[in-house]
Design a protein around this ligand. Structure first.
Ligand SMILES: [Zn+2]
Length: 133
């Protein structure tokens, strides 16, 4: 018998740590985020492969931002492990415009991602979470 039957957004309202609970009893929202993070990693691998097969090269910009990072928005999906910024290159040139990223952005959206090019952040690729992109 568990101390709380109704899970909320915050674990602090529950008297049990998730690690002590059987997997089937873990809060759905917590599992959803963890599973979403892994889905995001897999999607990212597809984007990288798509870029490679279309003649682009990438380097990582910001991916995960932990609490030691003092820039960026506090609610950014970078802080939830659900966003990555890619630096884009082709034929030795650094492609910095949103338009340059569009082929990748359109592909990213086709596999379920949110592309920052829709809000003037062309190199930002994320997986929407609770309305954040
Ligand atoms: Zn970003």
């Amino acid at each position: 018998m568990f101390g709380c039957v109704q899970w909320s957004d915050s674990l602090s309202q529950c008297s049990f740590a998730t690690s002590t609970l059987p997997q089937s009893s873990q809060p759905k929202n917590i599992m959803a985020l963890r599973e979403k993070q892994s889905k995001f990693v897999l999607m990212t691998s597809k984007l990288i492969a798509f870029a490679d097969s279309n003649g682009y090269e990438l380097t990582f910009g910001d991916a995960y931002r932990d609490d030691r990072c003092d820039y960026g928005h506090s609610t950014s999906l970078h802080r939830k492990r659900l966003a990555v910024d890619f630096n884009l290159f082709r034929d030795g040139r650094f492609l910095q415009s949103t338009e340059d990223h569009k082929p990748l952005g359109v592909f990213w959206e086709s596999i379920g991602g949110s592309w920052g090019g829709r809000f003037n952040d062309g190199n930002h690729y994320s997986l929407e979470h609770r309305g954040m992109k």
